[in-house]
Design a protein around this ligand. Structure first.
Ligand SMILES: [Zn+2]
Length: 255
């Protein structure tokens, strides 16, 4: 198996509802608001690549009807091939090869960040610099009784993050598997990211999606790559993209 090319998938993630991703519940509350949002060292929220990748993986697992984390390590398995084996595998004959999908941390978009810092427009009522507090009744899991309402921190609706994923193509089969990644992205738009999904948190949309193929020949010649798609996922044409990718990858195989 050798590398034929890389798909560079970039674009925006817009929070359609408030997002609560990855904060530590045990952290000290700031201004009476529970800390529920993971932030970088400058205090700016981001979406960890591992959260996004984990969610995509679980959406494909559900779609495939696999209740457990797969560790088969075979190239017949979309999950092990695309995401890597979830657990140390007992299989001595691993055929899946290296993990295909890499998901980087999605940073808060610069425009969103500036608007928040200036408390402009939809962000004029933020309680904290980049986040809002929302009053929620906490349910005690042992007694099922509602405790006193507490303010939960979340990234407000309308926030935009810049996402960035890389998908390595090593075999033609990876083109088929890539379509499962697209399916997972679509499923995620009707699911949720982060915590409190049952309260309507974490609804997102992928916007300005750009999918670019850079073949090994492009890397060798300094080429900029070929556009496979740009736009909203709802406009993504599966067969068209598949055929385009197939012919470009076949060309590369011959090169
Ligand atoms: Zn597997």
């Amino acid at each position: 198996m050798k590398l034929l090319g890389k798909l560079l998938i970039t674009g925006h993630i817009e929070a359609l509802t408030g997002l609560a991703i990855g904060g530590s519940k045990s952290d000290v509350a700031i201004g009476g608001i529970d800390n529920n949002v993971i932030k970088n060292s400058e205090g700016v929220p981001y979406i960890p690549g591992s959260s996004l990748k984990g969610k995509l993986r679980s959406l494909i697992e559900k779609r495939e009807g696999r209740p457990e984390v797969c560790s088969c390590g075979t190239d017949k398995c979309v999950i092990c091939t695309v995401f890597g084996t979830g657990l140390p595998t007992k299989n001595k004959n691993i055929t899946a090869g290296p993990t295909r999908l890499y998901v980087r941390d999605a940073k808060l978009n610069e425009d969103t960040k500036k608007q928040m810092e200036k408390k402009e427009g939809i962000f004029s009522n933020l309680e904290l610099t980049y986040t809002e507090g929302k009053w929620e009744n906490q349910i005690n899991r042992l007694t099922s009784k509602a405790a006193h309402p507490r303010q939960q921190e979340r990234v407000p609706a309308g926030s935009i993050f810049d996402f960035n994923m890389i998908y390595n193509i090593l075999t033609k089969k990876d083109i088929e598997y890539f379509h499962q990644v697209i399916t997972a992205l679509r499923l995620l738009e009707d699911d949720y990211l982060g915590g409190n999904g049952s309260r309507g948190y974490g609804r997102i949309q992928f916007q300005n999606v750009s999918i670019l193929l850079k073949t090994v020949s492009d890397y060798e010649s300094g080429g900029t790559g070929k556009e496979i798609f740009s736009g909203l996922l709802s406009d993504f044409e599966d067969e068209e993209a598949k055929n385009k990718l197939k012919s470009l990858v076949e060309e590369e195989e011959k090169a």
